[in-house]
Write a protein that binds this ligand. Structure first.
Ligand SMILES: [Zn+2]
Length: 181
């Protein structure tokens, strides 16, 4: 039977260690911390950032998120819309360089409950690389330690790939790559 591809059904879950103390909206709290690597924030633009999913649907599964705490896509200002869209474009470029996927799924959950997302008041676009014949990564790699290592490896590979962007500046290996369009 074909599996339904539904990365938005993965709850955004905090890891066991450093993120235990996230209170409030994680998509507001994590970018405010001065610890991008621990927060899994791999790239930042003026109005948005790219964060890895702690429990990836596939290797490389990331989310592109405006800093603004807003759940309604229609409420975004033009500046934020454009910046968020451009950061998505650069995320595809970086994933091409890092993982050479065959395709992508990219999408928003809007409207909470029925959409299947777990955080409905701060919009986020899932970007998931796909390969011919891939299956849901989670049942294959269900061991937490393996997943954490996989996400750390993904962070390094995507960080290098974003750093190769012509508009990138790289503060250091533990800081998100800065993109200005
Ligand atoms: Zn928020």
């Amino acid at each position: 039977m074909e599996q339904l591809f539904a990365p938005w059904r993965i709850e955004w879950v905090t890891r066991d260690d450093a993120e235990d103390d996230v209170e409030g909206c994680p998509f507001c709290v994590l970018p405010d911390r001065d610890d991008d690597r621990a927060s899994r924030i791999v790239a930042r633009s003026d109005h948005a950032f790219v964060i890895l999913n702690n429990y990836p649907y596939n290797p490389g599964h990331a989310m592109v998120i405006p800093y603004e705490h807003e759940g309604d896509y229609r409420a975004l200002d033009d500046d934020v819309l454009l910046d968020h869209a451009r950061l998505k474009q650069r995320a595809f470029d970086a994933m091409d360089r890092a993982f050479q996927p065959d395709a992508y799924n990219a999408g928003l959950n809007l409207g909470g409950g029925a959409s299947g997302g777990s955080i409905d008041d701060h919009l986020h676009t899932h970007v998931v690389p796909r390969w011919e014949g891939d299956t849901n990564f989670m049942p294959v790699v269900s061991d937490t330690k393996v997943i954490v290592e996989a996400v750390e490896d993904t962070y390094d590979r995507l960080h290098d790939a974003f750093a190769a962007d012509p508009d990138a500046t790289v503060p250091d290996d533990d800081c998100a790559v800065r993109l200005q369009f």
